[in-house]
Design a protein around this ligand. Structure first.
Ligand code: PXG
Length: 286
């Protein structure tokens, strides 16, 4: 049974509870991170914490722990739960307040750390590649809530996931309101043409994934050309290969998008190579 860290102490899973007046619940007012550990080592913890504190800063949310103390909580939570390979969820909410969204009523942020496991799809899906559709719901616009903020407001992405499920697909591709390619519901997207990899730029309506950065690094090391470029669905339809990257998903190939086969409709050789190289990097400790 996982032990959950909540505001300074561990609780059994059933005992880890929050007030119904927590603004994380009432308003989705908070931030989170999904992090993995491989062989007991937390993958790129510093980068995840940088993003968590940047998200909180953008939302005027004071995290009542220094990043170093937060890093200790994450490492300790993996150890206490006896995990070697783990999926860690850090959540910081605005905290306990009253009804009414005035954040000043919340005196202290709530901090949660959960170390458990996650499997988005069974192994056979990784072997055959995902079937995707383009979701009618687009990503949030930067004029509203910046897409770089990993906030507790995931409704656009959850609607896109439903749109995929209702269409009988594994996953959804989300577009910018302008129609350019943005990301998956919890993954970044890459396309492959020859020996060149392309992914939408970090300033677009995407979350800049830790896995995305790691994949760009290993791909460049392996001699692939890697470019951050605006992409349209046409670019994906006509690519040799498409794959997604994310902490939970890791690297996963895409076999079909909107009824079109991508390349030969199987997980391609470049995707397989990147999957192996990313796996090796993760086991090396990042
Ligand atoms: N885009 C979005 C919108 C995300 O939420 C990524 C890209 C990939 O980023 P990283 O840093 O993980 O490479 C994410 C992260 C889930 C789940 O259950 C997904 C994420 C986080 C936690 C859980 O599918 N996505």
């Amino acid at each position: 049974m996982p032990k959950i860290w909540l505001d300074g102490r561990y609780y059994e899973k059933e005992e880890a509870k929050l007030s119904v007046f927590d603004h994380g619940l009432l308003y989705g007012d908070g931030v989170f991170e999904g992090i993995r550990a491989y062989d007991g080592r937390v993958f790129r913890l510093g980068l995840h914490l940088d993003r968590l504190y940047a998200s909180a800063h953008a939302l005027l949310l004071d995290i009542p722990l220094a990043p170093e103390a937060m890093a200790d909580v994450v490492e300790d939570c993996v150890r206490v739960n006896g995990l070697a390979d783990a999926y860690i969820r850090l959540v910081v909410t605005r905290g306990y307040g009253d009804l009414g969204l005035d954040p000043r009523k919340c005196k202290r942020a709530t901090v949660i750390c959960i170390a458990d496991s996650i499997a988005l799809w069974p192994a056979e899906v990784y072997a055959r590649g995902l079937t995707m559709i383009t979701a009618p719901t687009s990503v949030n616009q930067p004029s509203g809530l910046a897409p770089q903020i990993k906030s507790l407001n995931y409704l656009a992405h959850i609607m896109a996931k439903f749109e995929a499920i209702n269409a009988g697909a594994d996953e959804a591709l989300m577009l910018e309101p302008t129609g350019e390619v943005a990301e998956g519901v919890g993954e970044n997207v890459f396309c492959v043409k020859g020996q060149a990899l392309r992914t939408p730029p970090g300033y677009a309506g995407i979350l800049r994934g830790v896995t995305r950065d790691a994949v760009m690094e290993v791909a460049r090391e392996a001699g692939y050309e890697v470019r951050e470029e605006t992409l349209t669905r046409y670019d994906l339809y006509t690519a040799d290969e498409v794959f997604l990257t994310g902490t939970a998903a890791e690297v996963v190939g895409v076999a079909r998008l909107d009824g079109r086969k991508i390349g030969c409709g199987q997980v391609g050789p470049v995707t397989k190579d990147i999957m192996a190289r990313f796996g090796e990097l993760a086991r090396r400790g990042g």
